[in-house]
Design a protein around this ligand. Structure first.
Ligand code: F0G
Length: 456
């Protein structure tokens, strides 16, 4: 396969350094075997996340100079608002500092004790907000999403309509304030939802008066997969596909740090007036005025420009093909990864990679640490530690125990990805030497961010 060359050229560089192996071992020990706690300066290639780690364009940097830093009514907010309205078709936009700010507003307004929020697999911060407001998250993604190597399923992010309908019948539509549809689904491996499925979810929701809220953090990647995989969309532009996708939603939360191609920003968007009034009343408590929501004027300008750039076909094709390039190198070497390859990251199947380590000893966490020791490449656990504990304090033991190699947008070259592939393959060859971990410090919520570990 031929991969798309970069549709941009480099105008500014940030030098990287690679620590000698002994110092990498010291660094990961100091970090309690948690890659979140490493100093960035000790990392060579940083695949921890694609969130806020993107390279902005010259246009976006120029936009920063046009920041209108008024406390209220900033020109850049109107630009951002109009951009979201034009691209997604929503009536109202409430800016927030990042995605979880929007999740906080939405959950505080709509989630109550004894309500249920169906979703296509959980996301960490999204579920945390739902639970902190007394709600119960219910996973209604198709079963195949939980199987790491179901290669022939092109839309592994799809909602299982039967599971959704069963939930409605069981708890009653009046106890379901909204369904949260992730496009794409991060923790399933960056897997997309088909247009057909969005249409069906919308129809069933309308029949029962349930709101459809997208988590549209990576919606451009989803639109790209619809274009290349779903019948009838090959000749449609990304912008047209995006428009149709959002026609099946009543609102959305967005982390601009992903498909907004910026370093910070987010919003909550909706059509409903009442929800908008409540959100603008609440945003002033947590984020700031409804015309900045925790962002500076210049942040909003860069965000508005980034949203438009992300709709360019060459941009998104290159972005997804970089991920595919890395994934295919690993598949060729026999390394177990989630298939099909997703939109923002390659996910290693840590249980297949390290079959001798039980899930209670956190194979994905130790694998991320070992990859850093091997190469200076930073990755992230997305398994039992990320899933956390239920209300009774039991670990979830999710079927997917993964290490995520997340590719920032417009940052690394194919040669960097060659280096990453070699590092993973070298780690795979010495997998029998790797041993499990236990917690030395376990935070009560979102424990993956700051938890510390030692070898058993
Ligand atoms: N929804 C999804 C699907 C996400 O991936 C994220 C963040 C959020 C919501 C929250 O947005 O970080 O701006 O508050 N994901 C990052 C990641 C942290 O690394 O996957 P945020």
């Amino acid at each position: 396969k031929k991969y798309m060359p970069e549709p941009y050229k480099v105008k500014m560089v940030e030098p990287l350094r690679i620590l000698p192996k002994e110092e990498r071992i010291e660094a990961i020990e100091r970090a309690g075997y948690n890659t979140f706690l490493l100093n960035s300066r000790d990392v060579y290639i940083d695949l921890l996340t694609d969130s806020g780690t993107n390279a902005m364009s010259d246009r976006q940097w120029a936009g920063l100079m046009m920041g209108d830093e008024a406390y209220a009514g900033s020109e850049n907010f109107y630009h951002l608002q109009k951009t979201v309205q034009d691209i997604m078709g929503f009536k109202h936009v409430v800016p927030t500092h990042q995605g979880r700010g929007a999740e906080n507003l939405l959950s505080q307004i709509l989630v109550r004790p004894n309500t249920y929020i169906p979703g296509n697999m959980y996301f960490t911060t999204t579920r945390a907000h739902q639970e902190m407001n007394g709600g119960t998250f219910v996973d209604v993604i198709i079963d195949e999403a939980h199987i790491s190597d179901k290669e022939d399923v092109h839309f592994k992010g799809n909602i299982d309509i039967k599971k959704y309908e069963d939930l409605i019948n069981k708890v009653g539509a009046e106890n379901i304030p909204y369904i949260c549809v992730g496009v794409t689904v991060n923790l399933a491996g960056g897997q997309p939802v088909s247009m057909q499925n969005l249409r069906e979810v919308h129809a069933l929701s309308k029949k029962h008066g349930i709101r459809v809220m997208f988590d549209c953090t990576r919606y451009v990647e989803n639109a790209y997969f619809i274009k290349v995989r779903e019948e009838g969309y090959a000749d449609k532009s990304i912008a047209e596909i995006v428009k149709e996708m959002f026609s099946y939603a009543d609102g959305a939360t967005m982390s601009g740090k992903k498909d907004g191609i910026v370093n910070i920003g987010g919003f909550l968007a909706m059509n409903e007036d009442d929800l908008y009034f409540k959100a603008s009343a609440l945003v002033v408590v947590y984020e700031g005025m409804p015309s900045y929501g925790g962002m500076t004027g210049r942040d909003m300008e860069a965000f508005a420009i980034g949203l438009k750039e992300a709709l360019d076909f060459n941009y998104i094709k290159h972005r997804v093909e970089q991920v595919e390039y890395l994934g295919n190198k690993l598949i060729e070497a026999g390394v177990p990864i989630v298939r099909p390859i997703g939109g923002h990251a390659v996910f290693l199947d840590a249980r297949a990679f390290l079959p001798h380590i039980p899930q209670s000893e956190y194979p994905a966490q130790v694998l991320a640490a070992e990859i850093f020791i091997q190469s200076g490449v930073r990755t992230m656990e997305r398994g039992n530690i990320s899933a956390g504990r239920d209300k009774e304090g039991n670990e979830y033991f999710p079927k997917l125990e993964l290490v995520r190699l997340t590719i920032p947008r417009r940052v690394y070259s194919y040669a960097h990805l060659d280096y990453v592939a070699e590092a993973i393959i070298a780690t795979y060859k010495r997998r029998d030497e790797i041993k499990g971990l236990k917690f030395t410090y376990e935070p009560p919520v979102l424990r993956f961010f700051t938890g510390r570990f030692e070898h058993i």
